[in-house]
Ligand binder design. Structure first.
Ligand code: DLL
Length: 432
């Protein structure tokens, strides 16, 4: 099922032509309306009227989160506020919040793109969609809400939090599709299990999860516990919010809405493009945004592109799930460590719960990582020997995957903080 077959299955040549035309218009728009870009183009000798081929993309400047902060709140808007009908702001988890705006057209485009993501995941007008993302400055709730309405689904805009009520409504309103962060989905699944509510009292079929990194192990766990098809979807407020990319039911990479966003993967050190299929930082350029166009935005998210065609028939290229952010990366004893690597290992270990936290400390001049892992109650209280075995097993597997030694502590079930939105996996106690 497609939302917009003509665009989602476009042949590559036509797509490239469309991208070029849209990019030319975007460059012209920002050169005319955004002083920040006008100055940058001048500095770099970019002629906004002379852009002839997509290969010239590399001559354009990057935009970073810092640029957004420097132009807080409205400095990068390309239209007068009169034409802006909505404002959102990033969650600001890694610093001061940044503000983005939408024209009436942008809101329409946004709804169409989240409608694509929803349709690819299986949602139709027969579905009852429970949106447990926050509604507010965060883009998750509103972004998927308008797309779900456009698809014709019955939308329950419950927003985030209040787990018991979420479960009650899920049962009573016969929710068929759940939309939230993967960590919150797991919390809901655990709560259902603990309350002993039988799965057949739910009507759930699909889960669309995003807004934070998650592993294949976590997907399997959620799918099993809720008996659903769980797909990953990706977006960020600077670019639009959800609707940038999403998985189809193949669940093997996220189709990027390339007719609206131009994608590059670069080496975050050299800023040069990586070889095809290599891991690197995702860089996105908007092609149709009116209020907040952005050129070569450095997302800090790490992924790789999949060039092979997808059996679903979409020609929009896929990216692998985001494995982490460049600023999520811990450098410990000279080795790069991503939380996702640790998560993958923990999901394979019997007796542990898929809840963990990574604590980084500095002892003298050396960094030390301690992984706190929740274990089942029976193990935590009774079996010292079993505990020792689990710790050794985890340590061994982490050491061989990461190439460095890591401390492991087993903690009681539910002792780690649960999140109703994005999970906080790293506690960095180093004063760097
Ligand atoms: O999280 C937008 C969103 C809402 C996406 C709902 C999907 C669903 P921000 O708060 O600006 O926007 O955070 C964006 O979250 O740069 C990634 O680091 C991370 N992120 C978003 N989706 C995924 C995903 C929304 N599927 C930042 N996998 C991004 C991994 C994700 N990380």
């Amino acid at each position: 099922m497609y939302w917009n077959q003509a665009k989602e299955c476009m042949n590559r040549e036509d797509l490239k032509q469309l991208q070029l035309e849209r990019l030319q218009a975007t460059i012209f728009r920002v050169a005319t309306n955004v002083p920040f870009y006008r100055h940058k183009f001048k500095e770099l000798g970019v002629d906004p009227d002379g852009f002839r081929s997509l290969d010239e993309l590399r001559s354009l400047p990057f935009t970073t989160k810092q640029d957004l902060r420097d132009n807080y709140p409205y400095g990068l808007f390309a239209v007068p506020l009169r034409d802006v009908v909505r404002v959102h702001a990033s969650s600001g988890t890694t610093g001061q919040a940044t503000v983005v705006g939408y024209t009436r057209n942008d809101i329409k485009t946004w709804a169409n793109l989240t409608a694509r993501v929803l349709t690819a995941a299986g949602v139709t007008n027969d579905d009852v969609v429970q949106i447990a993302f926050g509604y507010g400055l965060f883009t998750g709730g509103f972004g998927l809400h308008y797309g779900a309405e456009l698809v014709g689904a019955s939308v329950i805009p419950i927003s985030s939090g209040n787990t018991r009520r979420q479960i009650q409504i899920m049962q009573d309103f016969r929710t068929t599709a759940l939309i939230c962060t993967p960590s919150y989905a797991l919390l809901l699944a655990d709560s259902i299990e603990e309350a002993g509510i039988p799965l057949n009292s739910f009507s759930l079929k699909y889960g669309l999860f995003g807004a934070e990194p998650w592993s294949e192990g976590m997907r399997q766990e959620i799918q099993k516990k809720l008996n659903i098809i769980a797909t990953d979807n990706y977006g960020l407020s600077e670019i639009m919010g959800p609707g940038v990319a999403g998985e189809c039911q193949q669940r093997n990479g996220l189709h990027i809405n390339e007719d609206h966003f131009l994608v590059e993967i670069i080496d975050p050190e050299t800023l040069e493009p990586v070889a095809p299929g290599e891991l690197g930082e995702l860089v996105l350029t908007t092609l149709t945004k009116e209020a907040f166009p952005i050129i070569r935005y450095r997302t800090r998210d790490l992924t790789r592109l999949i060039e092979e065609p997808c059996p679903c028939g979409r020609t929009l290229r896929r990216m692998e799930r985001i494995t982490g952010r460049t600023d999520d990366m811990l450098i410990v004893k000279g080795v790069n460590v991503y939380p996702s690597q640790i998560e993958n290992i923990l999901f394979d270990i019997e007796g542990t719960k898929p809840h963990y936290q990574i604590v980084v400390e500095r002892e003298g001049r050396l960094d030390k990582i301690t992984v706190l892992v929740e274990v089942m109650e029976s193990i935590f209280f009774d079996e010292m020997r079993k505990q020792g075995e689990i710790i050794n097993n985890i340590k061994h597997k982490l050491a061989s995957e990461l190439g460095i030694g890591v401390e492991v502590r087993l903690v009681e079930e539910k002792s780690l903080e649960r999140s109703e939105g994005k999970a906080k996996r790293i506690v960095d106690k180093r004063k760097l």
